[in-house]
Design a protein. Structure first.
Length: 179
């Protein structure tokens, strides 16, 4: 790829970023060398960083993207505050908090719980990326369908525990039968 092509590609990508609501106010800079795009700057959320990457990846003629954009907040935010913001986003986006919860450790959010609904899990992941201070989201939501007879909300903690213990026993018996 020629330097002229790199400059044109750089100009096109910068123009797209500069006219995209939610990204244009950050002053994100683009450099292109041999078809490789380098993005630099700051955004407030992981969602915005991912949105930028998705937007740039649609441009034809790109060999690769190095997303050097960092996530920064106004001032310092601790894990407790990140977790609180994630819960707010989960609730605002229709995630059932009886199914999925969150914990932030060092800016990485771990989603935990049980849901048999993949759409709910995806919605929780997307909602968590919108919270300030989130640097990554890892879903540890269990999709096991251990709740055959009752809805999750109707089961007591004791019933949930016993159903899991019974599943563990069934697995052990199954493994023993294979020996």
């Amino acid at each position: 790829m020629s330097k002229f092509q790199d400059k044109e590609l750089q100009k096109d990508i910068q123009a797209i970023i500069d006219r995209t609501n939610g990204l244009k106010d950050y002053g994100i800079k683009v450099q292109v060398q041999k078809g490789e795009v380098h993005l630099m700057g700051l955004v407030d959320t992981l969602h915005e960083r991912r949105q930028l990457h998705e937007l740039v990846s649609r441009v034809s003629g790109i060999k690769s993207i190095e997303n050097g954009v960092t996530i920064s907040t106004d001032g310092q935010i601790n894990d407790g505050e990140v977790t609180a913001e994630v819960y707010e986003e989960l609730e605002n986006n229709g995630v059932n908090l009886k199914h999925i919860g969150a914990e932030s450790i060092g800016g990485t959010v771990y989603l935990r719980g049980r849901s048999n609904n993949q759409e709910e899990i995806n919605n929780a992941i997307e909602a968590a990326t919108r919270a300030r201070g989130v640097r990554d989201v890892i879903s540890q939501v269990d999709r096991e369908e251990i709740f055959r007879d009752k809805d999750v909300e109707e089961m007591s903690l004791k019933e949930i525990f016993h159903s899991q213990v019974n599943n563990d026993r069934e697995e052990e018996n199954y493994k023993d039968g294979l020996s």
